[in-house]
Design a protein around this ligand. Sequence first.
Ligand SMILES: Nc1ncnc2c1ncn2[C@@H]1O[C@H](COP(=O)(O)OP(=O)(O)OP(=O)(O)O)[C@@H](O)[C@H]1O
Length: 258
Amino acid sequence: MIAVDSLTFQYGKRPVLKSVSFTVRSGEMVALLGPNGVGKSTLFRCLLGFTKHYEGTVRIGGKDIKRLSPQQLAQQVAYIPQSHISTFSYTVLEMVVMGLASSIPKYSVPDKGAYQRALEALTMMALEDYANRQFNQLSGGEQQMILIARALAQHSKVILMDEPTSNLDYGNQLRVLKRVNALKQEGYTIVISSHNPQHALMFSDRVIALHNGRVLAMGEPKTIVDASLIETLYKEPVEMIAIGDERWIKPSLERMSK
Ligand SMILES: Nc1ncnc2c1ncn2[C@@H]1O[C@H](COP(=O)(O)OP(=O)(O)OP(=O)(O)O)[C@@H](O)[C@H]1O
């Protein structure tokens, strides 16, 4: 579904992504791990066609995204940003309708059908009661759920999520992840960047670990996520603990840097 081949990108003279290659199969959930500033959001910007000054190729659904119009790309890929700062006061329903922009002809206003689709997406997330609330008055967790509904309304089969749980409390993190997991069961292809490798262990089919602009490791979480990988990525010692069939990452407090 997604095929990235030798993707190389730099901001000015500063290289960020260095010959990054990977594929994501249809219906797969892939977690993107890597420390602050490694280039996760930059990779998403390339996948979304926001930046085109890269070397290598990005194919989505078999097509080079440089050959797709922004509308065609948006029909394939929905994006859920880290956080959404809305200066204007929109209702939740209006925010979700904005996700449909790619399917609304240029210079036209959304019709009744668009509002209907938006309401259906809110209903799928059991968020229909929020439709008339002001988006910028909602909590971070509620906003994140609405942004997922907006991605659903877009009817794109690929969803890119940039640290969707970063500002959320523990309960909301789990609720968002459970919802993301349900989307995977429904057949969506999901790439989710995360600062919590435990989430990757629990929820993803595969992990891509970025380090110094390159893919350091890629594979099933149970195979590649170990203490050595976590220590290389995050520069703090950890131990892996087995609880039943599950593996948990435990900070190694006595070995931690002061
Ligand atoms: N517009 C820009 N101009 C110049 N440098 C940039 C720009 N955006 C990001 N960078 C730099 O590129 C590198 C990668 O940034 P990016 O936001 O992709 O990292 P990230 O892995 O998403 O980080 P985080 O986990 O902190 O969100 C960083 O060093 C950042 O400072």
